[in-house]
Design a protein around this ligand. Structure first.
Ligand SMILES: [Zn+2]
Ligand SMILES: [Zn+2]
Length: 307
């Protein structure tokens, strides 16, 4: 599905919404301080023509350029919590947008208490992060759930809308054609030459995909609940299990913690990020996580994931 726009075939409603571009790019995967290999936390989610950023650590604007993630076309930025490593890049990015275009495209900012921007960015709208649905679009929504870290720390849930898919042959055999596909979605039934057809007779619901990003978070029930059944959980793994005490004290997670959450939440896939600079070679983190949850990977800067 790489790089393709959704195919909308108006004459064939059963094919609508098949190809939705859905790509995640890890822009920065370090925790606390950067390394040569790992930049500060930031994650880009491209869904069709929309581009969302989750966290915007120092240097994010250069990472957007480096990994070719639509530099000037970010629609919304969500900052998970008011620790500098997660939002210092916001100021540079906004300033560059202001300087590079007389009228940059509109940008929605969702900021936790404690993160404020100057008032010279009329193209940006600021909303304070709260436990709620933040962004609602016809095809998806983004919501925030509080997690255990510092004050005003949140994880984010991206949820794609469920879609109605048609059993094409059956629908045609019952006399459906053309605009009847639209009508039946609206009214739940439609009259055809062969009689009345119910939506449930000729269709099924394809559940939307769900992605959860932990931000910085100690292992806790709230994140397990938020991640229930997710197609992808992106979870911080600042420490290895030998440093469990430190993780508890500083309200971070170990790789094993993250894997335990993935397992209990029944997610399909886990990617670890926010790797402490002390692990220049993070294979031990991967090993301890896979012992608990085999479908685990470790993020690296520039990693792209197609869903
Ligand atoms: Zn952090
Ligand atoms: Zn933090």
């Amino acid at each position: 599905m790489h790089g393709k726009n959704p195919k909308r075939m108006a004459n064939n409603p059963s094919r609508i919404h098949i190809f939705f571009m859905f790509q995640i790019t890890f822009l920065g995967t370090s925790g606390g301080t950067p390394t040569v290999e790992r930049g500060m936390p930031a994650l880009a989610l491209k869904y069709e023509s929309d581009l969302l950023l989750f966290d915007c650590g120092e240097g994010t604007q250069r990472q957007l350029m480096r990994y070719k993630v639509g530099y000037g076309s970010v629609d919304a930025i969500f900052i998970s919590h008011p620790h500098l490593d997660h939002y210092l890049g916001l100021f540079g990015y906004l300033e560059t947008l202001r300087l590079s275009s007389p009228s940059p495209r509109h940008l929605d900012l969702f900021l936790p208490r404690g993160v404020e921007i100057a008032d010279r960015y009329p193209f940006a709208t600021v909303a304070q992060l709260k436990k709620k649905d933040l962004l609602k679009k016809p095809d998806y929504e983004v919501s925030a759930i509080p997690v255990k870290h510092c004050r005003d720390s949140f994880c984010f849930i991206f949820r794609e809308a469920d879609r109605i898919k048609f059993h094409e042959e059956k629908a045609h055999s019952l006399g459906m054609s053309g605009t009847m596909f639209k009508e039946i979605q609206k009214k739940g039934k439609v009259k055809t030459g062969t009689g009345e057809v119910l939506l449930s007779d000729v269709s099924w619901v394809k559940p939307g995909r769900k992605i959860v990003y932990s931000g910085d978070s100690a292992a806790g029930e709230e994140i397990i609940e938020a991640a229930q059944g997710a197609d992808l959980l992106i979870h911080e793994a600042t420490f290895d299990k030998a440093r469990k005490t430190e993780a508890l004290e500083r309200l971070h997670s170990t790789a094993e913690d993250a894997a335990g959450i993935a397992k209990r939440a029944g997610v399909k896939r886990l990617i670890l990020t926010h790797i402490s600079p002390r692990y220049s070679e993070p294979s031990a983190l991967l090993e301890e996580a896979r012992a608990v949850f085999p479908e685990t990977e470790i993020a690296f800067d520039g990693m792209k994931v197609d869903l």
